[in-house]
Design a binder for this molecule. Structure first.
Ligand SMILES: [Ca+2]
Ligand SMILES: [Ca+2]
Length: 530
């Protein structure tokens, strides 16, 4: 796909010329204007309500034996993802980056990480994913770049450099700042720059219109390459207003709404934001429109362990939260918790009840790669590295024909895609079954959330749309329980959808109520026949 490039506006062209001229030995950066090409949505309407998978490309599949996962490897695994029932992929950053791991230290916003392959590989991934009804959402890091990004190299090179104002600088280090127990101001011979997360990741100056224009153009670059949207990193940290105002500033919200408006001129794209500080606020139409449900994620995990307070929190969440929340039970950051398998102490029954709630509730579930296998931590001491191990494809790995860059999961021998595909009661079979329910029952994907209740440790809720009515019963307790359902159509029948066992149907009373027995640590789904 060719990307039309327009000439720079005069002011930027001057800056660009200065960049190239001022430092010929430094790599130049492409800040040209990108015109967004209108694209017909390649996926069926409503695809974004299906489950997504968060994929760490570096750990998913290595195609060339260098021990590092890559885009061609991921493309080879699309059939697996399609069979699982995944409708969208969130790829952690695929941009060229300096960190050689997670990818959030971007060195080029318009290039693919060389270890992952080429832009042509990316285009082929998008083409092949779309052919399987799978959308692609990529991570975009707008708050900060790597300090090795040529933009920052220029910015830091002198106080008079035309790129100086692309980052946040003070001549003298300001006093009184502390972020995550760290001074965010980093002194250099040319003044102090601001870096919320790490010295190597300086914050952009998003009050500089040229910076915003550059990022909008870079986002357009990827839309022109066919991506279906973006996961926007660290949105609570975009703007700062002093030592007491370094996160969750009011400017963050309309800024993101503007970005969304500018990119959605042809059709809506996914824009899902990351903010543990205000998940519901950023999901508002006046901000991102969708946001990860931090907090709910903790409750889902605690409920899986049988915590009664958390069970109530899970049941109540979507009474108020919008159905654009992106739900999850773990991700690539250790602050968000362990892999679900480890968080449940390796008890598969508890993994199932923890996962069932978010796979069947409103919101868009984001399954973390390997979670569907009950994959455990990688055999490393690094806290984030534990979460980001190579995908467990076979009892012997299957991730790479060479030496994987990071050790395999500790339960690789028993919990891997190849073995689980042969076992009818595997975790993979469970996730596949629940995603199939979501993909074949409109009420589960997009229906209203009705009559949530908790009886002891048994949670129940109903999903209703114009076409159907479903009921979910999850017993988080290790003792038998029951769900006291009410508000059902008089004399209706409940037809069991999951698990598929004979004789599982039940009759609703004339008053619309029904008591459903729930075995210990069980998941049941019913279709109401009206
Ligand atoms: Ca590779
Ligand atoms: Ca910032």
């Amino acid at each position: 796909m060719s990307i039309p490039v327009r000439t720079l506006p005069a002011s930027l062209a001057l800056a660009g010329a200065a960049l190239l001229g001022a430092c010929a030995s430094q790599p130049a950066v492409d800040v040209s204007h990108v015109r967004q090409i209108p694209q017909a949505a390649p996926l069926p309407a409503g695809w974004e309500h299906g489950a997504f998978m968060e994929v760490f490309v570096r750990s998913y599949q290595d195609s060339n034996g260098d021990g590092v996962g890559d885009l061609r490897g991921l493309t080879q695994r699309l059939d697996y993802l399609q069979a699982l029932g995944i409708k969208g992929l969130w790829l952690m950053p695929v941009n060229a980056s300096a960190d050689h791991d997670h990818g959030y230290a971007v060195t080029d916003y318009r290039a693919v990480e060389p270890a992952y392959g080429t832009l042509a590989d990316f285009d082929e991934l998008v083409r092949q994913a779309h052919a399987r009804g799978i959308g692609i959402v990529i991570d975009y890091v707008i708050n900060h770049s790597s300090n090795a990004n040529p933009l920052f190299v220029q910015s830091a090179s002198s106080k008079a450099n035309p790129w100086r104002d692309w980052y946040v600088w003070q001549d003298a280090k300001p006093a009184g700042w502390s972020i995550f127990d760290r001074d965010p101001w980093v002194m250099t011979p040319n003044g102090a720059y601001f870096a919320q997360f790490d010295d190597t990741m300086p914050d952009f100056n998003l009050r500089n219109p040229a910076v915003v224009a550059y990022h909008l153009d870079s986002l357009r670059f990827w839309l022109n390459h066919g991506v279906d949207g973006f996961r926007v990193d660290a949105v609570g940290h975009l703007f700062e207003n002093g030592p007491q105002g370094w996160s969750m500033q009011p400017e963050n919200y309309p800024f993101l709404a503007r970005v969304r408006r500018e990119l959605d001129f042809d059709h809506p794209h996914v824009m899902v934001c990351e903010s543990p500080g205000d998940p519901i606020g950023f999901a508002a139409p006046t901000a991102c429109g969708a946001s990860f449900a931090f907090g709910h994620s903790d409750a889902l995990v605690k409920a899986g362990r049988g915590d009664e307070k958390a069970i109530h929190e899970v049941a109540d969440y979507f009474v108020k939260a919008p159905d654009t929340m992106a739900t999850m039970v773990s991700n690539h950051d250790h602050f968000a918790g362990k892999r679900l398998w480890d968080a449940m102490g390796g008890d598969p029954a508890r993994v199932r009840v923890a996962a069932a709630a978010y796979l069947l509730q409103p919101g868009t579930p984001y399954v973390y790669y390997g979670e569907e296998l009950g994959m455990s931590a990688a055999a490393t001491e690094d806290a984030d590295g534990k979460l980001r191990g190579p995908m467990s494809w076979t009892p012997f790995g299957g991730f790479s024909s060479g030496t994987p860059y990071r050790p395999a999961s500790t339960n690789l021998a028993t919990h891997n895609a190849e073995s689980e595909a042969r076992e009818p009661d595997s975790m993979l079979a469970f996730y596949t079954a629940l995603l199939r329910l979501r993909n074949t029952h409109s009420s589960i994907a997009t229906g209203r959330y009705v009559a949530p209740r908790v009886d002891g440790r048994t949670m129940s809720f109903q999903r209703v749309d114009a076409n159907e009515h479903t009921v979910v019963v999850i017993n988080y307790g290790d003792a038998a329980g029951s769900a006291a359902l009410a508000g059902l159509p008089a004399n209706a029948r409940l037809q069991r959808l999951y698990p598929a066992v004979a004789g599982g149907d039940a009759a609703v009373s004339a008053g619309g109520s029904l008591s459903v027995p729930a075995a210990p640590l069980s998941v049941q789904v019913f279709l109401v026949s009206r």
